[in-house]
Ligand binder design. Structure first.
Ligand SMILES: Cc1cc2nc3c(=O)[nH]c(=O)nc-3n(C[C@H](O)[C@H](O)[C@H](O)COP(=O)(O)OP(=O)(O)OC[C@H]3O[C@@H](n4cnc5c(N)ncnc54)[C@H](O)[C@@H]3O)c2cc1C
Length: 502
C-alpha cells in the first residue's frame, strides 16, 4: 500500500491528454513504461481543430494497434484545389487514391474529437498507464533523481503531487512545461486571425464537393474542407478592422458563409476565431523535462500538418525514452529528439507559410518552389516529406533519415504488424547475414525477401544489401557491404524488441 507521505512514482508523467499526449501514452504503454497522464479538462477540446492527417500518422496509429478503430471515423481526401476570385484554378494539389509506400493513403479527413476518443480509449489496454482528468499541473521541481509534479485536482480543489523520472509537456500552445524548461520561441513571422466554422448539413449538398478549396481571393481568403459525415468546415480570414467576437456571432457567420450555404442547408456546430501562429520552441529538453506537439511548435494549418508533426514527435521520442528508462541507454540519447525533429518541423512550417502567402496573394511562382509551372494550366503541387535532422542516422550511408516503406508480407499482413515498435533489419535473405551478425542481432527483428516479395527489389533499387529501420520507421542507416553491415548492427541502441499492439 502507498505510504501517504511518499508521493507515487512513475517513469513518465505526460502533461496534457490532447492527441499528442494520448499518442505518446499509448506508445509508452506499448513499451512497458509506467506512465501517468495529467489533464486539466474533463472532456476533449470542444472547438474545431484538425481535419486532416497523413499516411505517416496512420502508420503510427497502426503501431498503436488502433488503426482499425480509427478507420470508421475517417474518409479519404482527394486533395486540395486553389482557385482565384473568378474561380480559375491556380494550383492543383490532388492526392493519389492509391496506397503510398507507408502502406496507407496520403490524406485522411477526420474530426479531431473522434480521433482523441479512440486514442484515449486505447489507454485502457495498458495496466501501467493511467489518466487523471481535471488535474491542473502548476509546478515542476527537478532534482538529481527525478521531478516532483504538483497539481490541483479541480474536481475537489485538493492539491496532489507525484514524482517521475521524465516529464513530457504535451500541454499545447501555452505550455507550462515550456516555461519550466525556460525556452524561448523562434517566431517564423506568420500570425493571422481566421474564423473557423464547422456546420452540419441538413440536406444534401454534393455540389460543395469533396476537394478542399482554397479561395485565393485577396479581399477575403477562405478555405473549404469537406469533413466526415455531414460536417463541413470553412476557415475565413478576419480583416484587420474586424472584432474577433463580432465575426463569430451567428448573423455575421451566416453572412460570410452565404456564398456557399444558408441556414436552410445547415446548422452551425461551432464557430471560433483563432490566431494562427508559426513558432518553434528553441529548447525542447532541459534534463528531465521535454516538449512534444504544440508546446514545441505551432504552424498555420494550411498544410494540415500541426497535429501530424506532434504525432511524429511522439513516435520519435517514445522508443528513446523507453531505451533510457528500461534498457539503460545514456540519457543524452534524448538530445537527438530535438536535433532530428526540429529541422523537419521547421521545413513543414515554412511551406505552410508559403502556402498561406499564396492563399492571400495568389502569388504562385513567388510563393512556391515546390510546384511545377505548366503553360496555361494550374501548377501541380507535390509536397515531399522533409528528412530527419542530424541525430542518430548514419548520414554518410544511403537513405539515412528517410522514412522506410512498409512492406506487405507474403501472408497478406502488413510488415509493421510483424515488426512491432522495434528496430528491424531488412535483408534480401537471412543466408546473406554472416553468423556473427545473426548472433549480435538477438532481439532485433529481421525481415527478409522470404517474408516480403518487395524487399529484395527495394534493396537493389538503392544499391544496398541491408537497411536498419528504427522503431519510428525512419532509416537509421543502410549497408552496401559487409563492413557497413557491421556498423549498422553496432549502431542499434539498445537491442530491444517491443512487440506489435495489433
Ligand atoms: C483551426 C485549426 C485547424 C487545424 N487543422 C489541422 C489539420 O488539419 N491537421 C493537423 O495535423 N493539425 C491541425 N491543427 C493543429 C492541431 O489541432 C494541433 O496541432 C493539435 O491539437 C495539438 O495537439 P497537442 O496534443 O499538442 O495539444 P492540445 O490539443 O492543445 O492539447 C493540450 C492539452 O494539455 C492540457 N493542458 C494544458 N496545460 C495543462 C496543465 N497545466 N495541466 C494539465 N493539463 C494541461 C490541455 O487542457 C489540453 O487538453 C489545426 C488547428 C486549428 C486551430
Amino acid at each position: 500500500m502507498q505510504d501517504k507521505s511518499t508521493p507515487e512514482d512513475f517513469d513518465v508523467v505526460i502533461i496534457g491528454r490532447g492527441p499528442i499526449g494520448a499518442t505518446l501514452a499509448n506508445l509508452l504503454g506499448l513499451c512497458g513504461v509506467r506512465t501517468l497522464v495529467l489533464e486539466r479538462e474533463a472532456r476533449t477540446y470542444h472547438l474545431p481543430r484538425a481535419v486532416h492527417f497523413d499516411d505517416e500518422c496512420m502508420r503510427v496509429f497502426q503501431t498503436l494497434g488502433l488503426a482499425d478503430a480509427i478507420l470508421p471515423h475517417v474518409i479519404l481526401s482527394p486533395g486540395m484545389l486553389f482557385l482565384d476570385a473568378d474561380g480559375k484554378m491556380l494550383l492543383d494539389w490532388s492526392r493519389p487514391q492509391t496506397l503510398t509506400p507507408m502502406g496507407w493513403h496520403l490524406s485522411y479527413r477526420f474530426h479531431q474529437p473522434d480521433l482523441e476518443d479512440v486514442l484515449i480509449s486505447g489507454l485502457a489496454r495498458w495496466p501501467h498507464v493511467s489518466l487523471r482528468s481535471r488535474c491542473d499541473v502548476f509546478a515542476l521541481d527537478q532534482d538529481a533523481t527525478g521531478v516532483r509534479v504538483r497539481y490541483e485536482d479541480l474536481s475537489n480543489g485538493k492539491l496532489g503531487e507525484v514524482r517521475a523520472a521524465y516529464i513530457i509537456g504535451c500541454d499545447g500552445a501555452r505550455s507550462l512545461v515550456r516555461r519550466f524548461i525556460g525556452s524561448g520561441t523562434d517566431d517564423l513571422g506568420f500570425h493571422e486571425r481566421w474564423l473557423v466554422v464547422d456546420v452540419l448539413l441538413k440536406r444534401n449538398r454534393d455540389d460543395l464537393g469533396d476537394y478542399s478549396i482554397q479561395h485565393c481571393d485577396s479581399q477575403r481568403p477562405a478555405t473549404y474542407v469537406r469533413g466526415t459525415g455531414t460536417r463541413r468546415r470553412w476557415e475565413i480570414t478576419v480583416l484587420p478592422d474586424e472584432d474577433s467576437q463580432d465575426v463569430a456571432q451567428p448573423a455575421k457567420v451566416w453572412e460570410l458563409l452565404s456564398r456557399w450555404v444558408t441556414p436552410d442547408d445547415a446548422e452551425i456546430e461551432r464557430a471560433a476565431v483563432y490566431t494562427f501562429h508559426s513558432v518553434i520552441a528553441q529548447q525542447w529538453r532541459n534534463d528531465r523535462l521535454l516538449l512534444a506537439g504544440d508546446s514545441a511548435h505551432q504552424t498555420p494549418p494550411f498544410l494540415g500538418q500541426g497535429m501530424c508533426a506532434g504525432i511524429r514527435d511522439a513516435a520519435n521520442l517514445a522508443w528513446k525514452l523507453a531505451s533510457v528508462i528500461r534498457h539503460g541507454a545514456a540519457a543524452d540519447l534524448l538530445d537527438t529528439y530535438q536535433s532530428e525533429r526540429q529541422p523537419h518541423v521547421r521545413e513543414f512550417i515554412a511551406l505552410a507559410i508559403r502556402l498561406g502567402g499564396i492563399i492571400n496573394t495568389k502569388a504562385i511562382e513567388a510563393g512556391l518552389a515546390a510546384g511545377q509551372v505548366r503553360e496555361n494550366a494550374p501548377v501541380k503541387l507535390e509536397v515531399k516529406k522533409p528528412l530527419l535532422g542530424p541525430g542518430l542516422a548514419l548520414g554518410d550511408l544511403p537513405l539515412a533519415g528517410h522514412l522506410a516503406p512498409q512492406f506487405s508480407l507474403r501472408d497478406g499482413s502488413r510488415g509493421d504488424d510483424r515488426i512491432g515498435y522495434s528496430h528491424v533489419l531488412l535483408v534480401d535473405s537471412a543466408a546473406t547475414l554472416p553468423s556473427r551478425h545473426a548472433r549480435s542481432q538477438a532481439g532485433i527483428g529481421i525481415l527478409t525477401g522470404d517474408d516480403a516479395e518487395r524487399i529484395a527489389p527495394w534493396l537493389r533499387e538503392h544499391g544496398i544489401v541491408a537497411a536498419l529501420i528504427r522503431p519510428d520507421r525512419y532509416v537509421l542507416g543502410t549497408a552496401r557491404n559487409d563492413a557497413e553491415l557491421d556498423r549498422l548492427v553496432a549502431a542499434i541502441t539498445p537491442p530491444t524488441h517491443v512487440p506489435s499492439a495489433a
